[in-house]
Design a protein around this ligand. Structure first.
Ligand SMILES: Nc1nc2c(c(=O)[nH]1)N[C@H]1C(S)=C(S)[C@@H](COP(=O)(O)OP(=O)(O)OC[C@H]3O[C@@H](n4cnc5c(N)ncnc54)[C@H](O)[C@@H]3O)O[C@H]1N2
Ligand code: MOO
Length: 521
């Protein structure tokens, strides 16, 4: 859809894309690294192995030449002119010693491709957050517990009762009053029963875990720590647990194995703040604290518009057509970000269809894929002009994904235009859509997460890079196959590392953007 003509000289962006093309066109040993290493026979294969999975997206051939870098560790590679293995890191620029400060990126100075209006990556995220804050917050709703999973609390979760709500036996055994030996009552106490008559000093009663201890109980003696003597009285067994000393005199601590009322919380205590995501554990806590319904923030609604005449929705790519990777990928990814995906439409390269879809959508966020560049069938910008949308972000200084955009359509509606290259679309999703949807959905900002790099990562000279990484032990392992048109790296990744302009050495701590997989399903 970009409709680019024959190439003369290649600027940075074009080389970037060219490289992806070259990689895609490669064949043989260099182009198909996984075949260079024969897979073990199936009978040798054990359970799925994390390292095996990682090997598929790490250096295919440890002896293959890589880009030269004064900072690369031992074995990091041959001269920059040497061919690179398929799927290798696509940022061509040498890593810069940031600590030494030997490069000062000229702001917005990419020679050609980067739009002069492109927004720095951190600022683009901040703009997306501000845009969401300008939208009137939707009214919270009350939903039954069994439909609340994955939603976000719109009000504090306040205990509706003391927990436990009565003094409770923590063990099966005897409730006892005062020092032993004790006379044991005939009738025991099970969980779920109303309060029993108070225990007098020297009295005991059989009691089950979770049962309400009668008034006057000073401790619970576990069943394995007590026995009945020849006079039929309950004695603490001396050797069992140090709970009694020789001679049978109980040294049970006052309150031992009793969970006192209010031990966990008192009625009215705030258990969780608004913005907390409802996890299975939150559901359990809410139920324990007396809730049948929860007050939650409604999910933001998103509509996905997939653009491109070249896209097939099934089968093997053929005749210059390719499979639509974004139609299957984006809706569940958006759901994982807490979104209600109200529609997914495949519109081809039809400007009128795009106009109609955009003007008729009632979603909080319209997400388009493809058509963000300036080719003859790239209809996103012209459509935004036609509807009078305000462009809040028009290009971001990030690789991949720099043509991404954010537009304000009407008071309560935004549009995020994701570039068509699939990893570029992921970059746009996490740069613009995630912050916007997080604020719209009333979610808390995730704790910033940083990890040290296990390897050097080459940088773009002026732009941030987002690079798929796997988390192994306490390191972020940069993955190859990270070109804008590739999904192989991200499919094996645990996060995207935020690589500053100029790149980062091995050992440098980088911010990681987490992938929201726990919520898929
Ligand atoms: N003259 C320039 N051309 C391009 C530039 C530039 O700065 N100047 N930037 C390049 C970059 S970087 C990107 S990213 C793309 C973005 O272009 P569009 O958003 O207009 O995307 P398309 O041209 O529609 O598609 C790009 C690429 O992705 C494939 N694609 C599209 N949709 C899907 C999908 N749903 N599933 C899988 N693949 C998809 C499409 O076939 C193209 O190969 O522009 C560059 N050009
Ligand atoms: O390289 Mo583009 O930035 O593929 O998004």
């Amino acid at each position: 859809m970009t409709g680019r003509g024959a190439q003369g000289h290649l600027d940075t962006e074009e080389r970037h894309v060219e490289e992806a093309l070259a990689v895609a066109n490669e064949s043989g040993g260099r182009g198909r690294p996984q075949e260079a290493r024969p897979a073990p026979p199936s009978e040798e294969r054990g359970d799925p192995d994390l390292d095996e999975a990682l090997a598929l997206v790490r250096d295919p051939d440890p002896h293959a030449p890589g880009p030269a870098s004064p900072l690369a560790g031992p074995g990091a590679g041959a001269p920059a002119s040497a061919p690179r293995p398929t799927g290798h890191d696509e940022a061509h620029e040498p890593v810069v010693d940031r600590a030494a400060g030997n490069r000062s990126p000229a702001a917005g100075a990419s020679k050609h491709g980067a739009r002069h209006t492109a927004t720095p990556w951190p600022e683009a995220r901040a703009v997306a957050e501000r845009a969401a804050r300008s939208v009137p917050r939707r009214e919270p709703v009350r939903v039954p517990l069994d439909t609340a999973l994955g939603l976000v609390l719109a009000a504090p979760l306040t205990a509706l009762t003391d927990l436990p709500s009565f003094d409770t036996s923590a063990m099966d055994g005897w409730g006892v009053a005062g020092p032993g030996p004790w006379d044991v009552r005939d009738e025991g106490i099970l969980a779920g029963h109303a309060e029993h008559a108070p225990l007098g000093d020297g009295e005991a009663v059989r009691i089950a875990t979770g049962a309400r201890v009668p008034p006057g109980t000073t401790a619970v003696l576990r069943s394995e720590h007590g026995h009945t003597d020849d006079k039929g009285r309950l004695q603490a067994t001396p050797q069992a647990s140090g709970s009694a000393r020789a001679g049978g005199t109980s040294t049970l601590a006052h309150g031992q194995d009793i969970r006192p009322r209010g031990q966990e919380c008192h009625s009215g205590d705030q258990l969780l703040p608004p913005g907390t995501q409802v996890t299975p554990a939150v559901l359990g806590l809410a139920a324990a604290a007396g809730y049948d319904t929860l007050t939650v923030q409604p999910r933001p609604r998103a509509e996905v518009l997939v653009l491109g005449d070249e896209l097939l929705s099934e089968g093997v790519p053929k005749d210059g057509l390719i499979r639509d990777a974004l139609g299957p990928m984006l809706p569940p990814w958006l759901r994982a970000l807490g979104v209600d995906v109200v529609a997914v439409r495949r519109l081809g390269d039809d400007a009128e269809a795009l106009f109609q879809a955009v003007t008729s959508s009632r979603a909080d966020l319209i997400v388009t894929t493809g058509g963000t560049a300036s080719g003859p069938v790239d209809h996103v910008h012209p459509t935004l002009r036609r509807v009078g949308a305000e462009l809040l972000v028009d290009g971001v200084k990030v690789r991949p994904g720099h043509p991404m955009l954010l537009a304000h359509m009407r008071e309560d509606q935004h549009l995020v235009g994701l570039p068509g290259n699939p990893l570029a679309a992921v970059s746009g999703l996490l740069t613009l859509a995630e912050p916007l949807l997080r604020i719209l959905g009333g979610r808390m900002e995730p704790e910033p997460c940083t990890l040290a790099l296990s390897d050097v990562v080459h940088g773009h000279p002026y732009d941030t890079r987002l690079v798929p990484v796997a988390v192994r032990a306490d390191h972020a392992v940069p993955l190859h196959y990270n070109g804008p048109a590739m999904l192989r790296g991200i499919a094996a990744a645990d996060a995207l590392a935020v690589v500053p302009p100029g790149g980062a050495r091995r050992g440098v701590e980088l911010e990681l953007l987490d992938l929201p997989w726990p919520w898929v399903g």
